[in-house]
Design a binder for this molecule. Structure first.
Ligand SMILES: [Zn+2]
Ligand SMILES: [Zn+2]
Length: 278
């Protein structure tokens, strides 16, 4: 499905996980795969379940060798060591991992430090050394950009205190996509999203259901300090002139509510394994 029908015009995103930290069978932790052309790709975030979701999307694990992380919150990286091992087991060689300040340290602590001894043992069993040793991990700032297989990839600003966090913008053959990671509404992000064809955005800060216990309601209300509400997402899309907006990072059981009167574009509530063409 995901690999066999690619051609030079392909540009799409596969939503691998559209959930939030609280585990759910319906929505996995945040992760998405951006694909362009015949082989260009970037895995954006690697929450719990990412390996299974890549398999469910029929993506050959060994071919995923570009990863971008938006930030180091657990729900975005719990699946990262599983991805490193799983893709290596499947035959992956080199790997490039890009993220904000803290990405190198995360890799050092979660992969290199604990698993080096086991990796050496695996290499004795003829696992290709490159799969563990040729992993390039780089901390990049807002404003970083690189052309990867014909796609311009840029790191942009978000507001997700106290974390160092990034959004990513992809421009391929005149079409464009922004994936925000976690963020509250902010002017810098609106500038970064100006005119894109597709915006995939954190809509986690939905209003809590009145049926929830007060303690849980208070936690959810505080989320708005660090996350956009569904209405914020629509407003950002409208202010940035975005053609289509996909809401993700949903809390269990929450159906996003918003007033779309001020937005002429298309609105999608993202579901796991949705494939959205750009
Ligand atoms: Zn976060
Ligand atoms: Zn998150």
């Amino acid at each position: 499905m995901a690999e066999t029908d690619r051609n030079p015009e392909t540009f799409r995103i596969i939503l691998l996980g559209t959930g939030s930290p609280r585990p759910s069978l319906e929505r996995h932790h945040p992760a998405a795969l951006v694909q362009w052309g015949d082989g260009g790709h970037m895995l954006v975030d690697a929450g719990d379940g990412v390996v299974g979701q890549l398999l469910a999307a029929e993506v050959p694990l060994q071919e995923v060798h570009n990863v971008a992380l938006t930030h180091m919150h657990w729900d975005h990286i719990l699946g990262y060591p599983a991805f490193v091992w799983g893709s290596w087991n499947a035959g992956r060689l080199k790997l490039t991992v890009t993220g904000p300040i803290g990405t190198r340290d995360m890799h050092q602590q979660l992969v290199e430090s604990y698993y080096r001894e086991q990796a050496e043992w695996a290499m004795d069993l003829r696992f290709p050394r490159a799969g563990f040793d040729e992993i390039t991990v780089r901390d990049v700032p807002v404003g970083w950009s690189e052309s990867i297989d014909g796609c311009l990839v840029e790191a942009g600003p978000v507001y997700h205190p106290p974390m160092h966090a990034l959004a990513y913008r992809y421009t391929y053959r005149g079409r464009s996509l922004v994936v925000t990671g976690d963020t509250a509404k902010c002017d810098e992000l609106i500038d970064f999203c100006q005119g894109v064809d597709l915006l995939v955005i954190d809509a986690c800060a939905a209003a809590p259901s009145p049926e929830l216990p007060p303690e849980r309601r208070r936690i959810i209300e505080r989320l708005h300090e660090f996350h956009a509400s569904p209405q914020d997402c629509i407003d950002i899309a409208a202010q940035a002139g975005v053609a289509k907006v996909v809401l993700t990072h949903h809390l269990p059981g929450v159906v996003p509510e918003f007033d779309s009167a001020g937005y002429a574009g298309e609105i999608v509530t993202g579901e796991d394994l949705d494939i959205i063409e750009i």
